[in-house]
Design a protein around this ligand. Sequence first.
Ligand SMILES: [Zn+2]
Length: 157
Amino acid sequence: MTNLIKEAIKQRVARVRQETIDAILPTLVCKKVDTDMYSFMMPSDNTVGYYNDYFKKICIRKDLIGASLVDTLYHEDRHHQQYIKDSHCFDDYIKEEDDRLGYMLQHVEKDARRYAFIKTIKSLKAKGGLRRMLAAMVITFIHHPFKGRLSTNKYKY
Ligand SMILES: [Zn+2]
């Protein structure tokens, strides 16, 4: 692939990504989104996003697109809502690197996954039906081969 084509794809991906963020943002409770979390801090290599309650902001990876992007925004937004409801709900938080199963099964993560799944499906359906949703999943998969949350559960939220 020539550099020109690569650059055109990069720009197109960036544009679609921004459009997605702009469309989702009004539906989030948390209005602060840092779309380049590496500019802020880097928790670990396989983290796609996290919510920082000190700054009251959602931080997501710069290269996140498609269904993963939408899902991560809603997932982290749910953590924001959880903090509002009970500021101590993360007191006994289990980190994935400490206990993978404990991390997956704790209430705040189960609740955020469920919430994000439903909101993501609804938002993608509203945007253009099932076909668009499936296309977004395919793009996500191509963009993050073998790393997307649909293929593995490697990513933390
Ligand atoms: Zn989470």
